[in-house]
Design a protein. Structure first.
Lengths: 340, 553
């Protein structure tokens, strides 16, 4: 097991280098660079000054040399500095000689996105698992059909549309919830309880809406897993033994039905840091999705590369984790009876 | 790549918000607990003005940052030597007076006495000299360096005097000094402007100082007690960062922000249709800072032919574009200057819409429909071209209206909208285009050498349409050497006349800048003067009874 783990981890290194090389090349193949953004298209700004900026950022060098420079920095885990945000560090904070701390872009955006996505995932799971079980137990009954209907409505509604409608209804027509942002303007003057309430009310819409729209997939997964399991021989055996339905479902069936969920959760780890551009734009949340989108539009290469590298490292780590968890949860995988 | 995803979302969301507004009906709030915002109150200091913008500034040192989000904030914090008054004439900002030497090469600025930075340090000519050194420094790589690199010698004979001498007279100099925000030497000396923490924690001299900056959320400014220009009325300016326009508008409707830039649909359809919005929002319309044009690649046939350009100009109905794209909230222009200001030539009028004459001109240029398919041909080749533009909803709509009008006279037009960075590097820089729909600023200084002079055609320079007219070249050169406003005016009036006649670009429209401000904010000039409503924002005030309760301590 340990050997297997070490092998998997070592394999990640060439994989990561490959991913970073491809992303670096694709990013640089896109036309334009930081000097071709819209505010640089100003007759007062001369071509010489843009050339100087290009030299400053090494953009005048061949792409492969730039990649070499980037890789060299990465060996010391230096993600570099953003071109577009007044040279803010891409990943983690730096302190200058006067003791001024400049926070990193990812350092600021990641906790916000992570919190929203984790809360969202928790809500989704908390709703999807019971809904999936009910749908499987009452398969083709009215409960199953109405859950499916509800899920597919949620799945088909565009998130931004639902967001705007709810923002209008809950924020403008009735002032029950704040419309956008993360904190109220007087957040600093609130007491601890007030701060918690304020944050919770600001997070309500951005967390709930994606969890509703994401409900369909996971419910379906749980339902299908449950249906599969309920037709297995050992369930028939359990029922034949005279166990009550509750024990059959929750002790015997559910544990096995939830196995595929591990894969899904493992695969959703990179999604947790990804963030959604659209939701973050509408709700004015300074998260990872907006950061990445803006960086691509501005051709802010260090930020793009930083996010892609961290994202791909987490994807690989998520896969590994899912495999390990699977082996841990399912003895058949562990003993090599079935391939995981 | 015809429609970008965010643009699509934006347009869809505008429709949806409109629907939501009409569907949900008026809110349940009773009118009795809201004060009457339209009543007049005497001016008094205090209060908080909350506005919103779509992007966060990168930093607040404008000589490096350059984007509009940054200058919108830094203009409240820093001063320049000169500024524009309400009629867009130059006046002193930090300086009491300025003097131009008889040979027009030397400008002497006299600072106002006893100027102070917000941290109580004196502001002297040494700071001005430091700022000039910083902006021209190679290491700064400021995009705006070129104007200041023309200064041969900069001197500070005494703490209140700053003198610059140019190699030869340079008329745009005064405008350049109105654009350069003066930075404090005592805080920035020896620092790297690209990495200094000052960019996020600036100390300035203007009406406001930065209190806090919450990344991605808001910037809070409060009154600077040391302001060199006296005291502003409003205590606190809060700018919230809300990237989505629809979300901004919802915040405006819910009374969470006071100030927001509008698009024509909100200005002329949504707000007038909602009495409860009309009750609390005042709408302002001011001359915009830019115009949209259709530019020809003059190196490509048949656009090298002035008759063809004039024909196309006559075939396009500009009023239709203003009505269709801007809902009438724009004007026709005949020169690249703000109408009503000194530089705009009042004798010029835009090309009328005259398809009959357009057809006649095209025939004169050798285009006839020989095969009867409705498209003109010359030498067996159909008259067809592609209009390219960046992904800008208004420009895309404009291009569609042009396409239809040109079809009427027998020209086959295709449209392509391209993401900005690709647009610039793949098409504009390489000169690989026939026709563009783009915008230029209506500059406050009349000098447009970089856009029209024949020497400015290298890749990356701004005369990418390849305009080359020796008469215009000469006028542009003269205009740069003449500092006397009246003589200069004549030069640029003539320049605009030749430009209109030559029609290297077609002026399509200059849209108004549209703003909604909550009626609790008083003291705003309406109608707006040429400089726009913001010129006297220090005198705006919010009477006590109309302030937000939750923010008053």
């Amino acid at each position: 097991m340990l050997k297997y783990l070490i092998k998997r981890v070592l394999w990640m290194i060439p994989l990561l280098i490959g991913i970073s090389l491809i992303s670096f090349l694709i990013m640089h193949l896109a036309p334009g660079d930081i000097t071709s953004n819209e505010s640089a298209f100003n007759p007062k700004a001369s071509e010489e000054s843009r050339q100087k900026l290009r030299e400053m950022y090494n953009l005048d060098k061949p792409v492969i040399v730039q990649y070499g420079l980037w890789l060299k920095r990465m060996t010391t885990l230096d993600f570099g500095k953003s071109f577009a945000s007044h040279q803010k560090p891409v990943f983690w904070q730096t302190t200058d000689k006067d003791g001024n701390v400049t926070k990193g872009l990812i350092q600021e955006a990641l906790p916000i996105t992570l919190m929203i996505n984790l809360l969202g995932l928790t809500i989704t799971l908390a709703l999807a698992i019971p809904l999936g079980i009910i749908a499987a137990r009452k398969y083709l009954g009215w409960q199953d059909r109405s859950i499916t209907l509800f899920n597919f409505i949620g799945f088909s509604i565009p998130g931004f549309w639902l967001s705007l409608l709810l923002m209008y209804w809950l924020g403008v027509a009735n002032s029950w919830f704040p419309i956008s942002g993360l904190h109220s303007l007087n957040y600093d003057s609130l007491d601890t309880w007030g701060k918690i309430k304020d944050s919770a009310s600001h997070l309500f819409l951005p967390v709930v809406i994606p969890s509703i729209t994401g409900l369909a997939g996971i419910t379906l997964f749980v339902k299908n897993g449950m249906l599969d399991v309920l037709h297995q021989d050992y369930i028939t055996t359990a029922r034949a033994k005279g166990l009550n339905e509750h024990r059959v479902i929750y002790t015997h069936a559910l544990r096995n039905a939830l196995l595929p969920l591990i894969t899904i959760i493992g695969l959703s780890i990179p999604g947790l840091i990804g963030g959604s551009v659209i939701a973050e734009t509408i709700f004015a949340i300074p998260g990872m999705g907006k950061l990445f989108y803006d960086a691509v539009l501005m051709r802010d290469f260090p930020v793009v590369m930083g996010i892609l590298t961290i994202g791909s490292a987490l994807t690989l780590a998520g896969n590994l984790l899912a495999d390990i968890m699977y082996a841990w949860a399912d003895p058949r995988v562990r003993r090599g009876v079935v391939k995981g | 790549m015809a429609i970008s995803f965010p643009n699509l979302i934006r347009s869809v969301s505008i429709v949806l918000v409109t629907l939501a507004i009409t569907a949900c009906g008026p809110s349940g709030k009773s009118p009795s607990d809201t004060p009457d915002f339209s009543k007049n109150y005497p001016s008094e200091p205090g209060g908080t003005l909350i506005s919103a913008m779509t992007a966060e500034p990168s930093g607040l040192i404008s000589m490096i940052a350059g984007e509009s989000a940054s200058s919108a904030i830094s203009a409240n914090i820093f001063n320049s030597l000169l500024k524009y008054d309400k009629n867009l004439e130059l006046e002193g900002d930090l300086v009491k007076s300025w003097e131009i030497s008889p040979d027009q090469k030397t400008i002497t600025f006299k600072l106002k006495p006893d100027l102070k930075w917000a941290d109580n340090q004196p502001l002297t000519s040494a700071d001005v000299l430091f700022t000039w050194q910083a902006v021209t420094d190679e290491k700064t790589a400021s995009p705006y360096a070129s104007d200041f690199q023309l200064v041969k010698k900069a001197e500070t004979p005494d703490p209140l005097t700053f003198t610059v001498t140019y190699e030869q007279a340079y008329a745009p100099a005064l405008d350049s000094w109105a654009g350069l925000q003066i930075l404090p030497k005592h805080l920035l000396q020896g620092q790297d402007l690209h990495t200094t923490a000052f960019a996020r924690n600036p100390v300035g001299s203007n009406y406001y100082k930065l209190d806090s900056w919450t990344h991605g959320e808001n910037l809070k400014l409060s009154r600077n007690p040391n302001s060199v220009l006296g005291q502003a009325k409003i205590d606190q300016l809060i700018t919230r960062i809300i990237p989505d326009n629809s979300a901004q508008f919802l915040e405006l409707m819910a009374d969470n922000i006071d100030y927001m830039g509008l698009d024509p649909i909100k200005y002329s359809r949504i707000i007038p249709a909602r009495p409860e919005l009309q009750q609390k929002l005042a709408l302002y319309k001011e001359l915009g800072n830019s115009y949209t044009y259709m530019g020809f690649n003059l190196k490509h046939k048949p656009f090298d032919d002035v008759i063809v350009r004039r024909a196309i100009n006559l075939a396009i109905d500009k009023q239709e574009i203003i009505d269709g794209v801007y809902l009438g909230l724009g004007i026709n222009i005949a020169s690249p200057y703000k109408p009503g200001t000194r530089w705009s030539n009042p004798k010029l009028s835009p090309y009328p819409y005259d398809p009959v004459k357009a057809r006649a001109l095209l025939k004169e240029a050798g285009f006839t429909d020989t095969d009867g398919d409705g498209i003109l041909e010359r030498d067996g080749k159909p008259f067809a071209f592609e209009i390219i533009t960046n992904q800008n909803k208004e420009r895309e709509k404009t291009a569609v209206l042009i396409q239809r009008r040109l079809k009427d006279v027998g020209i086959d037009v295709k449209i392509r909208a391209i993401e900005w960075a690709s647009f610039i590097s793949r098409f504009i820089k390489t000169g690989d285009f026939d026709v563009v729909v783009l915008g230029w600023g209506l500059g406050l200084d009349p000098d447009q050498y970089n856009i029209w002079h024949s020497s400015q055609q290298a890749p990356g320079q701004f005369n990418f349409i390849g305009y080359n007219n020796p008469a215009v070249d000469k006028l542009l050169e003269q205009g740069r050497l003449e500092l006397d406003p009246d003589k200069r005016m004549k030069i640029y009036h003539e320049f605009a006349r030749v430009l209109l006649e030559d029609s290297p670009i077609i002026y399509l429209s200059a849209g108004y800048g549209l703003t909604a401000i909550h009626k609790r904010v008083k003291g705003i000039d309406n109608p707006a003067p040429p400089a726009g409503i913001g010129y006297n924002s220090q005198d705006w005030y919010i009477p006590k009874p109309l302030r937000r309760n939750e923010l008053t301590e």
